[in-house]
Write a protein that binds this ligand. Structure first.
Ligand SMILES: *[C@@H]1O[C@H](CO)[C@@H](O)[C@H](O)[C@H]1NC(C)=O
Ligand SMILES: *[C@@H]1O[C@H](CO)[C@@H](O)[C@H](O)[C@H]1NC(C)=O
Length: 180
């Protein structure tokens, strides 16, 4: 992974801070780090996380969770719309491919489950049941990953990109709860 790190970049300074103060890397304490940097550093998609969480006002860990969850919900709705239109197209097509339709149908069901989980996660977040929230987020990410496997190799790049967003945003949300 190319990090494009220059001497003055915040990432470089962060790495320096971690080296100088090993405790920075050890615990889930914010210290002098911004919550966004602290959370994103613990996700598998650092650049995506920072890119999505930095614009706008500085966020607290709760703000990150709420932002990531809100975007995940929007992406899940978009996925539902895309699958529904793909199903319509494939049903009206001359060359109906039943196995392809079946995969889309399965993805539709998984997207429904993911949405139910994301909406439940939102409810748990507001009732401050963070353990339940995290469980629902793992569920949403898991079901979305199953759809990704089903559509793999079918050139459904827009759908795959939205699914990928849901997975990354759920992870950001899960990680952010460790900093509440
Ligand atoms: C999330 O939950 C809160 C509290 O129940 C609610 O006001 C809000 O509309 C929900 N947001 C979404 C997108 O479901
Ligand atoms: C994938 O889809 C795009 C447009 O949606 C098309 O231009 C491209 O040729 C397709 N690639 C394959 C391998 O089918």
């Amino acid at each position: 992974m190319a990090l494009h790190t220059s001497v003055s970049s915040p990432l470089f300074l962060l790495i320096l801070a971690v080296i100088i103060h090993p405790s920075y890397g050890a615990a889930n304490h914010l210290n002098d780090e911004s919550p966004v940097e602290a959370v994103c550093r613990h996700t598998s998609s650092h650049e995506y996380c920072v890119g999505n969480m930095v614009p706008g006002a500085p966020l607290t860990a709760e703000g990150i969770a709420s932002t990531a969850l809100g975007w995940a919900q929007i992406r899940a709705l978009e996925v539902g719309t895309i699958i529904s239109s793909l199903l319509k197209d494939s049903a009206s097509g001359v060359h109906t491919n039943h196995r392809y339709q079946l995969r889309l149908q399965k993805c539709w069901d998984l997207n429904m489950k993911a949405m139910a989980d994301l909406w439940s996660a939102n409810g748990s977040f507001y009732s401050k049941n963070i353990k339940a929230m995290v469980k629902y987020l793992y569920g949403a990410a898991h079901d979305t990953k199953r759809c990704q496997v089903l559509i793999n190799g079918h050139n459904l790049t827009v759908l795959a990109a939205k699914n990928s967003d849901i997975i990354k945003l759920s992870e950001i949300c899960i990680v952010s709860t460790k900093f509440f």
